[in-house]
Design a protein around this ligand. Sequence first.
Ligand SMILES: NC(=O)c1ccc[n+]([C@@H]2O[C@H](COP(=O)([O-])OP(=O)(O)OC[C@H]3O[C@@H](n4cnc5c(N)ncnc54)[C@H](O)[C@@H]3O)[C@@H](O)[C@H]2O)c1
Length: 139
Amino acid sequence: MRGRLAGKIAILVGAARGIGAGIAERFVEEAAAVIIADTAIEDGEATAARLAEFGVAQFVAGDVSDKADAERLVEVALGSFGRVDILVQNAGIYPWTLIENIEPDAATGNVHWSPSRNPGRPSSEQPGNSGGRAYTSSR
Ligand SMILES: NC(=O)c1ccc[n+]([C@@H]2O[C@H](COP(=O)([O-])OP(=O)(O)OC[C@H]3O[C@@H](n4cnc5c(N)ncnc54)[C@H](O)[C@@H]3O)[C@@H](O)[C@H]2O)c1
């Protein structure tokens, strides 16, 4: 099926590669306009360029654990598309509760892992961790 997300504007955090890039590709296949937000500039630009060949895709560099970066990301999205319909937060772990119950500091504080320092162990053991647990088996 194609076009189920026609007219929708989506921010996808952590979509330069991996699962997030796969989600972005499916969103574009379904006709969403996607904003790929990631710290990985080279991968992010390449993914956005690839997806822009068959849809609407834009890359915005930024670290969503940094509140100013996160706010700038939304401003860029609003500047480009006028609104945001969908947020896919693929780059970290949130507390297991309704999103409206999450304080901004708690949410961003749990987006702390990165592939460069993730040796495949619970991220609570890694430097800079705020106590949440993120684990990836990707690398
Ligand atoms: N791979 C798995 O088996 C698996 C299983 C379950 C859950 N997950 C979860 O799925 C998500 C994606 O996994 P993946 O394997 O595709 O990872 P990946 O490392 O391939 O991709 C993650 C992307 O997020 C970006 N990123 C990380 N921190 C960021 C930050 N603070 N701001 C902006 N971008 C940031 C990275 O640069 C990278 O492009 C993760 O949350 C992971 O914990 C993965």
